[in-house]
Structures are given as structure tokens and as C-alpha cells.
Design a protein around this ligand. Structure first.
Ligand code: TYD
Length: 207
């Protein structure tokens, strides 16, 4: 049996990743592809518990602890969900993966980028997404879309400079991985964003 394909979705907050992923799932199912949606941090029982600790405003976490926790979640996710499902031929749609650690902990929180690379190299069982969609929306615009009523988590409470750095970090990661990561113009409306993605999936995987 052919292995499934692994697609990750990246970008800063408020760019519309989560709703688009559900539409991509529908699109794949219409093409008779078995698909599983998941997210990071989270995806497993252990991961969801650590996620709560990571996002809670009361937690004080040095950046290297944070980095290790994201990778602990990720390794569990890979072993328990991602790898077995890919081996069964299921396609995985994952809301954030390795690039988020590079962008948020590396570029945003200034963790040593070499440490992030070392973790990617050694603690992902060599699982790299077949395709990654970067929802490209400058921070100023994404901020406008953020619901004013929503209670902010430990990341969303960080300052403008942090999100600027994360955004610029993503642009750098995009530049360094032109084959894997596809830029999605997220200034467009929902339908156009979805079309950019499904067109790329169709031509990349010949479905
Ligand atoms: P979440 O509510 O899932 O954010 P979003 O809906 O925008 O994806 O919260 C996840 C937060 O964790 C988000 O602010 C990004 C951050 N994060 C990292 O800092 N490093 C990582 O490796 C991952 C996967 C997420």
C-alpha cells in the first residue's frame, strides 16, 4: 500500500489556518482520499495535557524548556499518530509542525537556531512534511482579524515585536525551503485561499 502524504499548515495567529484545514479535508475526501486532521501542540492525550501547561498564562517557562516541551509533544504525536497513519495510507493534515518551533522559539523567542535544528534532526524520526502551506499575512493585518472578545493565551499575550519576529522568521524559513513550503497569499478571501491550496495539492500529488 502507498504511504499517506503529510501536509502541514503554518503561519502566525489569525490567518485562517484552522477553518481552511477543514475545507482541505473535505476536498481530499471528495477525491476518495482517507484523511486525518490533527494539530500541534496537541494531537495525543499526553500532548493535549502539555499543551494546556504551555498555553496557560500562569506558567513561567524558560525558552529552552518550552522548546523541549514542544518537541516532547511532537515526538509523541509522531510515534502515536502520524507515523502509524501514514504507514496505513492515511493522509495527515497538521495544524503547525517543525517550522512553528523554528519561527516561534527560534526567531520569536531567540532560542539558539542550532538547538532547534538539532531537535528537528534528532527527534522527529526523520518525518518531514511532503508539503507545507505558509499562510502569508503580515502581522499588522492578522492582528485586525483577531477577535477582540477572545481571552488571550500565553503566546497571544506576547508583544508586537515578538509577532513581527515570528512573521519574519517564517519568511526566512520559506526562503530556505522553496520546494517543500508554498507561500499562500492570505490577504485573499477564504475561497481564493482554499483554491490556491487545492490547486497546489492537485498538481503536486497528481490527484
Ligand atoms: P493555538 O491556539 O493552537 O494557536 P493557533 O490556533 O494560532 O495555531 O496555540 C498554539 C500556540 O503555540 C501558537 O501561539 C504557536 C505556538 N507554538 C510554538 O510556539 N511552537 C511550536 O512548535 C508550536 C507547534 C506552536
Amino acid at each position: 500500500m502507498d504511504k499517506g502524504k503529510f501536509i502541514s499548515f503554518e503561519g502566525i495567529e489569525g490567518v485562517g489556518k484552522s477553518t481552511t484545514i477543514l475545507e482541505v479535508e473535505k476536498f481530499l475526501k471528495k477525491n476518495n482520499i482517507q484523511v486525518y486532521c490533527t494539530r500541534e501542540p496537541g494531537g495525543t492525550e499526553l500532548g493535549e495535557k502539555i499543551r494546556d501547561l504551555l498555553l496557560k498564562n500562569e506558567s513561567t517557562i524558560p525558552v529552552d524548556s518550552e522548546l523541549l516541551l514542544f518537541f516532547a509533544i511532537r515526538y509523541q504525536h509522531i510515534k502515536e499518530i502520524i507515523e502509524p497513519k501514514l504507514n496505513m495510507g492515511t493522509w495527515i493534515l497538521c495544524d503547525r509542525f517543525i517550522d512553528a518551533s523554528m519561527a516561534y522559539q527560534g526567531h520569536g523567542k531567540k532560542a539558539d537556531l542550532k538547538k532547534v535544528e538539532l531537535l528537528i534532526e534528532n527527534f522527529t524520526n526523520k518525518i518531514v512534511p511532503d508539503l507545507t502551506f505558509f499562510f502569508n499575512l503580515p502581522y499588522e493585518l492578522s492582528k485586525e482579524r483577531f477577535p477582540k472578545s477572545k481571552t488571550k493565551d500565553r503566546f497571544e499575550n506576547l508583544d508586537d515585536q515578538f509577532f513581527e519576529d515570528v512573521y519574519l522568521g517564517y519568511l526566512e524559513i520559506l526562503k530556505n525551503n522553496p520546494n517543500r513550503i508554498k507561500n499562500i497569499d492570505s490577504k485573499k478571501n477564504k475561497e481564493e485561499v482554499l483554491k490556491q491550496i487545492t490547486d497546489i495539492i492537485q498538481s503536486h500529488f497528481k490527484i
